[in-house]
Design a protein. Structure first.
Length: 282
């Protein structure tokens, strides 16, 4: 059994937040420039660059004995370099909310921070089950959730965001798209009859001014009913403890007022197993 890591570098903002939540924050010696939570915890940590361009030599100079990365957010060649230097790298890839919750327990075991991690995992799982049960009796709302503008881009069913929408009572209108992050037009959004539009502040920083993009479509249900919402992007894409806040705030935005549906038509997540985007394995 390897010795539990004492000098950790996190390459993922939500992982950094998770490490602090399970009591391992004091072992974090470095994190990315995008790691903002918890503010008081990350304030004293060495910044090692971004997810795609970390300063590998700095990570080595920090004496890291564990780097935590993600298949989609980080670069395979960087992981291979760190491993070649003898630095252990743990690669994560949660693709559903349930997997994001399970990751909390897995990190607890990896770091021997089991008690706090198990308690957090259990609380998140209970909330997850509660929200899914509440959504089961309602017709899912048709949701458009872009991740970029110029061009507009969104997500298909093979993404964590898609599953968060599904758990929260939404039906991703571009879930069947062939590409994970398809480019789309607003005419296609109108044709998809979106009932709710969620504009996150990351990765693209959507703001109030961007709501005007949808003004030419007054008959689009989301526009007609005033359901074009600006949201904290962390709720949609961060896993770990952030899931609790997401499952408190997103379901009312998506499902409030949705008509009851027969139980036999209650939707599942629609997620199909995905291949790692960068070919990395944990």
């Amino acid at each position: 059994m390897p010795v539990p890591a004492r000098r950790i570098v996190s390459l993922i903002p939500s992982i950094t937040e998770t490490l602090f939540a399970i009591g391992a924050g004091d072992r974090v010696v470095g994190c990315t420039i995008y790691c903002t939570e918890p503010p008081e915890g990350v304030a004293t940590k060495t910044r090692i660059g971004g997810e795609k361009n970390p300063k590998l030599e700095l990570i080595r100079e920090l004496g890291a004995d564990l780097v935590i990365a993600n298949v989609e957010e980080n670069v395979r060649e960087h992981v291979e370099t760190l491993r070649a230097w003898g630095i252990r790298v743990h690669v994560t890839y949660p693709r559903t909310v349930a997997e994001g919750i399970r990751l909390v327990g897995e990190l607890g075991e990896l770091l021997e921070a089991g008690s706090a991690a198990r308690e957090l995992e259990a609380a998140l799982r209970a909330r997850h089950d509660e929200v899914r049960a509440a959504a089961a009796g309602r017709r899912p709302r048709r949701v458009f959730c872009p991740i970029w503008r110029k061009p507009y881009m969104t997500i298909n069913a093979d993404t964590y965001i898609h599953d968060m929408l599904a758990v929260s009572g939404g039906l991703n209108v571009f879930g069947a798209a062939a590409k994970r992050y398809p480019e789309i037009t607003l005419d296609e959004v109108a044709a998809a009859n979106a009932e709710v539009i969620l504009l996150p502040d990351e990765p693209y920083r959507f703001r109030h001014v961007h709501q005007a993009d949808f003004a030419p479509y007054p008959e689009l249900p989301a526009v007609r009913d005033g359901r074009v919402h600006l949201v904290d992007g962390k709720l949609l894409s961060w896993y770990g403890p952030r899931i609790a806040e997401a499952l408190r705030l997103l379901p009312p935005l998506i499902s409030e007022g949705a008509p009851t549906a027969p139980s036999e038509t209650s939707p599942g997540s629609g997620i199909a197993p995905a291949k790692p985007a960068l070919g990395m394995e944990p």
